[in-house]
Structure formats: C-alpha cells, structure tokens
Ligand binder design. Structure first.
Ligand SMILES: Cc1cc2nc3c(=O)[nH]c(=O)nc-3n(C[C@H](O)[C@H](O)[C@H](O)COP(=O)(O)O)c2cc1C
Length: 175
C-alpha cells in the first residue's frame, strides 16, 4: 500500500481469521517497532511476542476489553521499566505511542489488522509473560488478518472535524 492509503486504512481490528502471520512478516513488525524514535534514543522498551493460543487466552484476562487478544494470531506485549517517577513514565508512554503506531502502520501495509488492549491486571500480565520484577506490561497490540472486512482506506473516519481540531497560528484567530 502507499503510505497515505495505509494511514487511512488502519483501524482497530478485533476479530481475526484463524491464520498464522508468516514469520518474516511478524519480524518486520518487530523491526518497525525497534526503529521507532524515543526520547534521547533511550529505547526503554522491550517486546514480548506471544503466539501460543493458551498463553494468548491467559493474557486476554488482563483487561476486560482485551478479549481480542485471545483470538489474535499474535500479540506483542509492550514492556517498560516499572518506574514510579512521573517524568520517566510520561516519556516511556510517549515513546510507546509512537512505537505502537509504527507496528500498526507496518501491519496495515501487509494487510494485517491490529488492536490495542490496555492492561488492568498487571500482576496477571507479569506472571503470564514471566517479566522480571523491575518491568511492567504497559500495553498489548493484538495482530491478525481481519475477519470482518479487509483493510481499505476509510473515507469518513469517526473523528472530530479538522477545523475543530486544528488551530492556525494561535488558539483563537485574531485574539
Ligand atoms: C491508549 C489506548 C488504549 C486502548 N485500549 C483499548 C483496549 O483496552 N481495548 C480495545 O478494544 N481498544 C483499545 N484501544 C483502541 C481505541 O478504542 C481505538 O483506537 C479508538 O476507538 C479509535 O478507533 P480506531 O483505532 O479503529 O480508529 C485503545 C487505544 C489507545 C490509543
């Protein structure tokens, strides 16, 4: 896909075909993540790739809106340091946002759907993933081929109008 088409085609996909993602495509998504920018290039992230069905089921119990993880072809767990420092956490989360979008756009480019899932039960997620004590699972990105409809550019996305979102030069013109 062209980049512009990929940006317009990406959407949260939560139902997936029962088809594995080829290893080289999964590697590309991980490489897309690795190449993401981060504050001071600190790259304070780790990724745990889960493809075993039973583990995906267990992981999906970490959040009430994570059921799509159970039926995904693969889920990438985004792991960050378990810091209590607000500045460090803020930076990590900004970095993870960019990393997530890199994965999602690279996936859409390959016709692979992706869906965020938050993590509510940190203890469960850490146990299922076998994380060390100084790490936490910030977010899950579920992946799989869309079972609802293919990824195609969306002409009218469910978004606030551009004129409402964008302020030109100053918040209020002429003020
Ligand atoms: C920080 C963040 C957390 C999210 N958590 C969940 C989640 O736990 N479960 C879920 O189904 N979707 C989750 N989403 C997906 C959003 O609901 C979705 O991106 C939004 O409704 C816009 O839809 P779209 O991605 O299809 O454009 C999350 C998205 C973000 C950015």
């Amino acid at each position: 896909m062209q980049t512009w088409d990929t940006i317009r085609a990406r959407r949260n996909v939560r139902t997936y075909e029962d088809t594995a993602i080829p290893a080289e495509d999964l590697e590309r998504l991980l490489e897309a993540a690795r190449r993401s920018p981060s504050s001071m290039n600190q790259q304070a992230w780790d990724l745990v790739v889960v493809t075993e069905r039973e583990r995906l089921h267990e992981l999906s119990r970490a959040w009430r809106y994570a059921s799509h993880v159970a039926v995904s072809a693969a889920t990438i767990a985004l792991v960050i340091p378990a810091s209590t420092d607000p500045d460090e956490r803020e930076t990590c989360w900004y970095d993870l946002g960019q990393l997530t979008m890199s994965i999602m756009l690279a996936a859409a480019d390959l016709g692979i759907g992706s869906g965020h899932a938050s993590v509510g039960d940190q203890r469960l997620a850490r146990t299922v993933l076998g994380l060390p004590d100084d790490r936490e699972c910030a977010m899950l990105v579920a992946l799989g081929y869309p079972a609802d409809r293919p990824l195609e550019p969306i002409s009218s996305p469910d978004r606030r109008p551009l004129a409402e979102v964008v302020h030109r030069e100053r918040w209020s013109p002429g003020v």
